[in-house]
Design a protein around this ligand. Sequence first.
Ligand code: FMN
Length: 356
Amino acid sequence: MTQYNRLKQYLPWVQTPVIINAPMSGFATSELAVAVTRAGGLGQIGFLNDKHMLGLELEKARRQLQGFIISSGQQETLPVGVGVIVFGSAWGDWLPLFSKYKPAVVWLSFGETEEFQQWTEGIRKSSPHTKVWVQLGSVRAALDTARVCRPDALVLQGSDAGGHGHAHGASVISLIPEVADTLQGNGIQDIPLIAAGGIMDGRGAAAAVVLGAAGVVMGTRFLAAEETRLPSEYREAILVASDGGQSTVRSRLFDEIWGPSPWPETYDGRCLRNAYYEDLTMGMPIPEVRTKFYSRLRRGQEGQLDTPDQPSVWAGTGVGLVKKMDKAADIVQEVQIDARKRLENGLSGLHTGMEV
Ligand SMILES: Cc1cc2nc3c(=O)[nH]c(=O)nc-3n(C[C@H](O)[C@H](O)[C@H](O)COP(=O)(O)O)c2cc1C
């Protein structure tokens, strides 16, 4: 069975290549998740560290997808995924929510292998039809998790990704093939691999499929979706940014700026570069950068500053390819159609040297 068919067994409505919106905490609400699922992708709700709020989002998704659930033949589960940021979250507390709403996928990220194992077992007991996906950013972590948890999919997050991720990582272009080879070398061949990081359009999606991915996750691209919840200044910053290798950077500053960061040392995050990051590189100690930020924030709130000050605009290196707002459904369909065209015509394009 192909990896795609493995996904299709429990996500029967999805079209190929499978497009998945990243479960961006606070940004990806039920509105985005419902739109992506209705368009033939896997819509996901980002983690909310408040069970009541997450329950409300799941309830909204359930109500909006009622007819869709029946017509898609997806009766056992709610056809959306939901993200969980594992570190710092008490695992047992969330299981009643999963047992009640039965999301098609629970996506685990940012934890230790043993924590992923505990969550995986707990989710499978509470909601047996829910599939567990784990997002990771290294070959070692992928192998450990595959061995110990046997997740239903491994999401491989390359270093281009926006938001939090492994501080030391590789792009998906080498991460996916090395993980595939390593798993195969260890007798593990049945876990679909999903690509995340730097995929913005049909070209990136087609490339990920060629690398061996069964589906692609897009975070930064969906920041420009109408259904994504984010402040207008944030969206504007995303739309005007270009040359993402220069205009974004990985750093722990983007958490530290708010106060001492609870994030484990393994992780940092990719954001748009800003004046605070420049201060840090010029040698300003983090507590001083923080003081400067809070003083500017106060002045902004008191109306003494014209320009809003955004200390952490999470975005990936592909940000320069995001140029306009779109409906989430249009993003899903445009990427799928273009990727399929490129995959079908790719070889003829190679032979003729012409654009496909
Ligand atoms: C604004 C933003 C918020 C994110 N929040 C989360 C999150 O809450 N949980 C998570 O597992 N990943 C999160 N991510 C990372 C994504 O899951 C994914 O790996 C990444 O967006 C893929 O790279 P791309 O942004 O280049 O598409 C976030 C990414 C962005 C851009």
